[in-house]
Design a protein around this ligand. Structure first.
Ligand code: GLP
Length: 253
């Protein structure tokens, strides 16, 4: 059966992020009023930066508190220390965590420095921590040029869980400028699996710019296939693509 994923097209990334941030704020406030915490699944890359800026603005100007929020990031490069300038730990602190009232003990990212013989246990522990926290209420995603979500490169099964993965050549090329050359880009990472992501109650995938138009079209309109991990979102009952006009430009629907 061919099914497509719902999508909404906005004038600009900022307009789309205002909408996603307001949805996040609503969830946080509603759950806090019931005495419950909110579990957010977070992504890195350039795409979610305007979302994080808007969340920081809501915190500063509209009293949105993250004191009741628990976060789980999708992934981390293997071999990078937390303090490495390109680690996702550093990215998240620089772009969001250092500017809001999230409690340090509520922040979770896979460790990039876990010894090889402890990786499986570390991944199982990450999965268990998500379950203990109550599962992910809302998961934010970007999309790689290979159609990956998190670091789930082509060939990753729909039911995969948090695991060690090898990075695709295209993904490493895309990361090369930030690392000052492809030779400095890690070859492996730990990522939540496709199954981990699909277990979130709500999913928002963000994509901007013409560079993403073709892969967005494949993910939304194409068949559900492990060649494009994002196409698995078609099987989720509450996953929405938030696009700008450029990233939506190849859609036929
Ligand atoms: C990396 C991240 C993904 C992200 C992708 C796209 O591979 N692991 O989570 O979606 O980059 O990056 P950008 O948002 O910069 O296009």
């Amino acid at each position: 059966m061919v099914k497509s994923s719902p999508f909404v097209v906005f004038e600009s990334p900022e307009a789309a992020c205002k909408q996603v941030a307001s949805e996040i704020a609503q969830i946080i406030r509603k759950r806090a009023s019931l005495g419950r915490s909110t579990v957010l699944g977070l992504a890195t890359g350039s795409t979610p930066i305007p979302l994080y800026q808007e969340l920081i603005r809501l915190h500063r100007e509209e009293n949105l508190s993250f004191a009741n929020v628990v976060t789980f990031n999708l992934d981390e490069y293997l071999g990078l220390d937390r303090d490495h300038p390109e680690s996702y730990w550093t990215f998240m602190h620089r772009n969001l965590f250092d500017h809001i009232d999230l409690l340090p003990e509520n922040i979770h990212l896979p460790s990039g420095m876990v010894p090889a013989d402890e990786i499986s246990a570390h991944c199982a522990g990450y999965e268990a921590a998500i379950v203990r926290a109550g599962g992910i209420d809302m998961q934010i995603l970007g999309i790689g040029r290979t159609g990956h979500i998190g670091f789930n490169e082509p060939g990753t099964p729909i039911d995969s869980r948090t695991q060690r993965v090898h990075l695709n050549e295209i993904t490493r090329q895309d990361a090369a400028p930030a690392f000052g050359g492809i030779e400095n880009v890690p070859t492996q990472a730990i990522t939540m699996g496709c199954g981990t992501i699909l277990a979130a109650r709500r999913i928002a995938l963000l994509a901007w710019g013409e560079k993403k138009a073709e892969i967005v079209r494949e993910a939304i309109e194409g068949i559900i296939t492990d060649r494009v991990s994002a196409s698995f979102l078609q099987t989720h009952r509450d996953a929405t693509y938030f696009l700008d006009k450029e990233s939506a430009s190849a859609l036929h629907l």
